[in-house]
Design a protein around this ligand. Sequence first.
Ligand SMILES: Cc1cc2nc3c(=O)[nH]c(=O)nc-3n(C[C@H](O)[C@H](O)[C@H](O)COP(=O)(O)OP(=O)(O)OC[C@H]3O[C@@H](n4cnc5c(N)ncnc54)[C@H](O)[C@@H]3O)c2cc1C
Length: 426
Amino acid sequence: MPDRLNGSYYRATANAWRTQASLGSSLNCDVVVIGGGFTGLSAALACAEKGLSVVLLEAQTIGFGASGRNGGQLIPGLRWSMREIDAEFGRERAQAIFNLAYGAVDRVKHRIAEHHIQCDAKAGHLEAAYKPAHFDAMQRDAAFLAQHFGWEAQIVQSQDIGRHVHGGGYHGGIYDAQGGHFHPLNYALGLAKAAQKAGVRIYEHMAAQTPVDTGTQIEIQTGTGAGAATLTAKHVIMAADTWTGGIAPDLRSYTVPIMNYNIATAPLPNADQLLPSDAAVADSRFVLNYFRLSADKRLIFGGGEKYVQTPPADIGAFVRKHIAEVFPSLGNVPIDYAWGGAVGVTMNRLPHMGRKGNVFYAHGFSGHGALVTTLAGELMAEAVVGTMSRFDVFANFPHSRFPGGKWLARPLATLGLLYYAMRDRL
Ligand SMILES: Cc1cc2nc3c(=O)[nH]c(=O)nc-3n(C[C@H](O)[C@H](O)[C@H](O)COP(=O)(O)OP(=O)(O)OC[C@H]3O[C@@H](n4cnc5c(N)ncnc54)[C@H](O)[C@@H]3O)c2cc1C
C-alpha cells in the first residue's frame, strides 16, 4: 500500500499498544481469526469469552485496514432503509434484521464502556439531504422506522439545519441521537487489548495463507523463512474484508474495493460554529461527503471516491475541493493529515457473511461497517459454538457476484458506480 495512504490522524494519535512476541513454528487452538480489524477483533474477543482458545493473525498491524482509516461515523442500521428491507424481506425477517442491525449500536457502546476504551466517542449523527427529494425520502424512512420498529430519530427541517451544520446548503436532514462518531483506530486497539486480556494471542505482521480443511482440522500457514509457522484449528474466522479474495479466491467476486479518502485539518478556532451540536454529518449523495470534529477540534472530512486503486498524487488537494463545496470558508484551510483506504462493497450493499464447513467469513460492509462489524464478529463467534440463528439472519442475505470474472469485475462495477455518481450532479 503506498505510503501516502497511511499518513492518518488516527495513527498519529493512536493509544499505546503491545502485541504478542513471536509465534513459534506450530500452534494448535480452537479458532484462528484472520484479520485484526473491528470484525476479527470482535470475533476473537467473543470467542475467548466463550472459553475457546483463539489466535488472531494480522498481516500488518492492528487496524491497518479500513477499521483504522475510516471516517469514524457511527450510523445505525445498514445501507438499506428499514422501509426497503421490509418491502424486500417481509415484516418477520425485517424485525430480525432490525434487532441485529440497530442492536449493533448497543454492542459497540457496551464494548467501549466495559473495556474503558478511550476512543473519543460522541453521540449524534446527522444525515443531511443534498436534494429536496432526498429529504422527502428520508422523512418517509424515519416515520416508517419509528412507527414499525420504534426507533426514534429527529426530522430536522432545512431552516433548523444550522443547529447541526453551518454549510452545505442542505435541504433538511435526520438527526439520530443514538448514532455518533469515534476515533476508529483507538476503538480497534481497545478491542485488541480487551481480546488479549481475555486470552487471545494476537500476532501482527503474520499474513495467513488460504486455510486448508484436512477433514479433521483446518491448517493455516503463516509467516516466511525462519518465521514460518503452521497453525491447526477446529474453526477459522476470515475477517480480511477487501483482502478476503486473496485467501478465499471463490469469495473474490462478491465485493469490489472502492478507494475513499479522508483528511484532518489543523485544529479550527471556529469548529463549534461549523458543527454546533458536534454531530457527525454524512450527506445523501451517492458519492457522499462526510465529516465531523476530532477531539482536538479538527475537521475530519471524507469526500470523493476513486474507482482505480492508484491514489491521487495529492490526497489533500483531492479532498479539499469537496470541503470547499460544503464549507467555502475552509477552501484554504491547512490540512495536517491525509490518508485513504479501500471500502469493500457488495453488489447489493449488504454485508456478505457465510460459512464453508468450519470456515466462517464476513466482508463487504459497503461503507457502513463501523458499528455492524462488532456485531458481525460476535455472530460468527456464536456460530462457531453452534448457535446459528442470529448468524443466519445476516448469512441469508441474497448476494450476487459482480459480473466479469477476475479481470473485468472491477471495470464493470466502476461503470455502474460512475453512472450513479453522475446522477448526483444532474
Ligand atoms: C476511507 C474509509 C472510510 C470509511 N468510513 C466509514 C464510516 O465513517 N462509517 C462506517 O460505518 N464505515 C466506514 N467505512 C467502512 C468501515 O471502515 C469498514 O466496513 C470496516 O472497518 C471493516 O472492518 P473489517 O474488520 O471487516 O476489515 P478491515 O478493517 O479492513 O480489517 C481487515 C484486516 O485483515 C488484514 N488482513 C488481510 N489479509 C490478511 C491475511 N492474509 N492474513 C492476516 N491478516 C490479513 C488486513 O491487514 C486488515 O487489518 C469506511 C472505510 C474506508 C476505507
